[in-house]
Design a binder for this molecule. Structure first.
Ligand SMILES: [Zn+2]
Length: 307
């Protein structure tokens, strides 16, 4: 049985860490991206004065709760959206280095998630990830190494009898996206970027053209230019998508790999990343393309979901 301990944020910190009453509707899973224990993650969260907070941190030995479940926390990067205002945040520790204690922490997080789902009468459709709410690739190690579906299966096994401890399946061949953009202030192609190691673009400079290729398989994409239309689809680096000196305001991408491509854009004028999208449909402005028509793009991030 997983030990769950409370170390609740003092009332004096409420205005910073959990100002709002909350009726939870979901879990939001995170990876801490460092190597601190659950105890230390919660202690750090409680003691600083940043508007960063989460309900639980889980490591290889215990789960520590720092925020009451009827208060909101600041973790999903979506302002007063559903992640921050309706989500119970679970941080999984040791995600920087991985290894055995990380795998044990994942198992414990699945046990905690299973308990919460049972308490609320929810199914695993209520388990969401940080990147569902903002363009932060999180929980990165679950997504890149363990596999999101494997994690959901592990939670399901914990909900049924709790006996099945799953070993992560080896990740099949990793497919990377390599991409670059042309910006119209310097009239030049910027260096290539691979996956989420960086973004392609320069904040403040309009992107006009995009080149993309995969390490395996084909990528198809097209762009919409501001005040204009969707340009013809291009494949790999057979051509670039875009027109020199025409800032783009929409991007659409698909692949033939059978895996999900995720892409997001940064808006120059409002200086923010939009959430990742996965679709390919110019009539679906929610998930069919990245961008808001009429708003110039100055950054692009792309990756292929593994597993
Ligand atoms: Zn996160």
């Amino acid at each position: 049985m997983l030990k769950i301990r409370k170390d609740i944020c003092p009332a004096g910190k409420r205005a910073i860490k959990c100002p709002y009453k909350m009726t939870p509707t979901r879990l939001v899973i995170h990876n801490t991206a460092n190597d601190a224990s659950a105890k230390n993650e919660i202690a750090y969260m409680k003691n600083n004065n940043k508007e960063v907070s989460f309900h639980f941190a889980v490591d290889d030995t215990e789960a520590v709760q720092g925020i009451e479940l009827d208060r909101n926390a600041w973790h999903a990067g979506d302002g007063s959206g559903r992640g921050n205002r309706e989500g119970i945040a679970i941080e999984i520790c040791y995600s920087k280095s991985g290894g055995k204690r990380w795998l044990k922490a994942v198992e414990n997080a699945a046990e905690l998630a299973a308990k919460l789902l049972k308490d609320y009468g929810w199914g695993t459709d209520r388990v969401t990830k940080h990147e569902d709410y903002s363009a932060k690739h999180c929980p990165h190690r679950i997504l890149d190494e363990y596999g999101w579906n494997n994690f959901l299966k592990l939670i399901e096994s914990k909900m049924s009898d709790g006996s099945a401890a799953m070993v992560p399946t080896p990740t099949p061949e990793k497919i990377s996206v390599i991409y670059q953009v042309w910006e119209d202030a310097g009239n030049r192609w910027l260096p290539e970027v691979t996956d989420l190691t960086d973004y392609a673009g320069l904040y403040g400079k309009d992107v006009c053209c995009v080149y993309a290729r995969l390490t395996s398989g084909n990528i198809y994409y097209k762009v919409h230019y501001k005040g204009g239309k969707w340009l013809p689809e291009v494949k790999n680096r057979e051509d670039y998508a875009g027109l020199y000196n025409k800032p783009i305001d929409g991007l659409m991408m698909r692949t033939d790999t059978g895996k999900t491509i995720k892409y997001a854009v940064h808006l120059r004028r409002s200086n923010r990343w939009l959430p990742f999208v996965t679709g390919y449909n110019e009539n679906d402005f929610n998930n069919g393309y990245a961008g808001i028509l009429g708003q110039e793009i100055d950054g692009i991030k792309i990756y292929i979901e593994q597993g």
